[in-house]
Design a binder for this molecule. Sequence first.
Ligand SMILES: [Zn+2]
Length: 474
Amino acid sequence: MTFGRLKVSFAWLVAMMAGVALAQTPAAPDWKALEGEMMRHYQAVLRLDTTNPPGNERLAVQYLKQVLDQEGVPNQVLSLDANRPNLVARLKGNGKKRPLLVMGHTDTVTVDASKWTHSPFSATREGGYVYARGAIDDKDNLAAALMTMVLLKRANVPLDRDVVFLAESGEEGNSNFGIQFMVAQHYAEIDAEYCLAEGGGVTRIGGEPRFATVQATEKIPRGIELVAKGISGHGSVPLKSNAIVHLAAAVAKVGAWRPEVRFNETTGTYFRRLAAISPPEVATQYRDVLSADPKLRAAADDWLFEHEPQHSSMLRTSVSPNIFAGGYRSNVIPSEAKATLDVRMLPDEDPAAFLAQVTQVVNDPAVEARFGAQNTRPAGVVARVDSEPFKAIEAANTRIYNVTTLPTMSTFATDMAQLRAKGIQCFGIGPATDLEDGPKGFGMHSDQERLLESELYRFVRFNYEVVVDLARAR
Ligand SMILES: [Zn+2]
C-alpha cells in the first residue's frame, strides 16, 4: 500500500516538476526585432565622453539610470565623488542561490582625436562597424549588461538568484572611485557567488569565429624602479661612477632577461586547447613550450617571444623597462638616474623573492631595485574551468559561435582583481573581434576602436543567455 502510494506521488511529482521546468524556461527574445534598441543604447553610451582622466562617468550613470527607471529595474547610485558615481541595479531571485554580478565599466582611456577617421565620440556606423572610443573597452559589456537587465525584467524571468548589474567608474587607473570604493564601502550591494566582466571574447580570423577566451585569472601589476647613484661632476671629466652609465647597463641586463617559464591551471589548459585547434607549425610551438624537455621548451619560448609576445608574457612574470630618466644638462654628470620597469607578476609570484632576483640580475651595488609607489591590485581566487559559469559560457560559445572555449590569464589587470580577492569567481567575456583588427590600430586602447554591428547583437544574445542559464529558476 505504502509502496503504491509512493509510486503515485512520485509520478505526480515528476509530472509537476516537468510542468514547472517548462513554465520557467523563458521564451527567447526576438533578437532581430531588438537590434534597433541594442544599437540605440550602445551608441548612446559611446557618445558620452567619459575619457579617464577626468572620467565624468556621471554622464553614463545618468543615461543608464534613466533607462533602468523607465523599465522598472530597481537601481541606486553610489559615489565617492559625485562626478564619478557607480550604479548598481538588482533583479531579485528566490534566494536559492547566491547572486550573479554582471559588470561593465563606464570610463574609457583617452583619445588623440587627430588619429580618428570618425570623431571618437560620434559612434559613427560605417561598413558594418561602429567607431568610437570604448567600442570594445568597455561600453560593449556595459550595453550588453544593460540589455540583459532590461530583457530579464520585461519577460519577468523567475530567478533562483539575484542578478546584479554594476556599472563602475575609474577602471582605467582610478579604481579608488569605482571597484575599490564599492568593495570597501558597499560590498553587500555587489556581493555575489560569480561575476561576469570584461577581458574575454571570441577571436575571428578571416571573418570566421575561431575560438573563444574566458579570462579566469590575471597577472598582478607591480612596478619596480631601478635607481643608480654616482658622483656628480663636470661633464668634461668622465667618471667611472656615472649614474647614467650604470643605469643603462642595469636596464640592458633586465631587458635581456626572461624570467622562468611557469604554468598554472589556466595557462596550461589554454595552451593545450589552443594547440588542439591551431595549424600544425604553430601547434608544435604551443606543445613544445609545455614540454618537460628544457631544450624544446627554450626553443618554443624563443619563438613565442619573437612571433607572439602576448603568449610569451603569459608564460612568466614579465618585465618591460618603460621609463628611463636621468640628467638635466649636457655638461653635468647627474648623481642619480632612475628607470621604471613595468612588472606583471604571475598570480602566485612571491614579490619579495622576485625583487631579489631583479637585484641579482642587475648585479651592481650602485643600482638599487625597489618597488614603485604605483598602486597595485590584490591577488585572489582563480575562476575554475569545472565551474557552473565556465560550463554555461562554454555551452553558449558552442551554440552561438560554434567555437572551442579557452580559459585565459590576462596579462593586464581588471576590476575583477578586487572581487576575486573577496572570493568571487569572476569570468571575463566579450564580443567577437577580428584578430586582424589589432595590428590595424582598432584594438583596445589603440589609436581607434571599433566593433562590428553584427557582433554587438550576437554578444548581447550571448550575455543574456549565459545569465539566464546561470540564474533562471529551475
Ligand atoms: Zn576595460
